[in-house]
Design a protein around this ligand. Sequence first.
Ligand SMILES: C[S@@+](CC[C@H](N)C(=O)[O-])C[C@H]1O[C@@H](n2cnc3c(N)ncnc32)[C@H](O)[C@@H]1O
Length: 273
Amino acid sequence: MADRVETHYAGARDLPAQIADALRKAGKPLEQLKTADLAAIDEFHIRGRKATLELAERMRIDAKSRVLDIGSGLGGPARTLAETHGCHVTGIDLTASFCAAATAMSDWVGLADKVAFGQGDATKLPFRDASFDAAMTIHVAMNIKAKDAVYGHAKRVLKRGGIFAVYDVLQGEGGPVLFPVPWAREPSISHLATPADMRRLLTRAGFEIVDEIDSSEESLLWFKEMVARLAAAGPPPINFQLFLGADYPEMARNQVQNLADKRIRTVSYICRA
Ligand SMILES: C[S@@+](CC[C@H](N)C(=O)[O-])C[C@H]1O[C@@H](n2cnc3c(N)ncnc32)[C@H](O)[C@@H]1O
């Protein structure tokens, strides 16, 4: 199962080189790069950098904090937190090519000493108990059946009282998901929890849920705007199509329908360990 998930995401060969090439073609040489130049590809979730900043505001972190990002992808959320709060972020992700890209991109924007990325599985976090002040996970558990293991490990590695911020795509009440979607081309690697499942899972793992925020309406607008841009101007040089492949526009159109029909919801949970 984990292998099939990695295969889904690992579409591009030598991803760091491909991203560097696309940036150069877009008139953004690596020497002058800023984190914002990467946001179209490295904040790999609905509502992008804005959603990461919203979570960060709730995580009670500062320059002394050690933060864990579970399913860190290309490292955008980790870099955003490190840049805006000065904290150190450790990212772990199943997809080796994403970890390599995350490390390279952090170097390009001068944040290599504030973030570290390694390959690993969210259901078996290789960290000691109580080793982080805060943790987050953004759009990852949709690919994971054993969610109790993910949240159990998150609770274990967090210090008592630390904030765990979860932002995920959940199963809505409007019917089954229309595939392909950015996290899966078919149902076998898609495992969406409902909001009720999430409350149960997080509570059972030992978290106190402090807040639950449904951003589905805003997510629908975000995807509608993206689909309109793709239709009008084609894919920009730097976008998710670089690794998701040629069917990304179809995925985006399906997301508009999935959100409009309430087949999916986007919901954040702010939890205390
Ligand atoms: C949609 S991306 C989100 C990446 C990142 N959190 C972000 O928001 O930019 C989903 C990520 O989850 C990772 N993932 C899926 N299953 C995982 C698992 N069992 N353990 C660790 N990472 C996993 C994938 O490799 C992928 O990078």
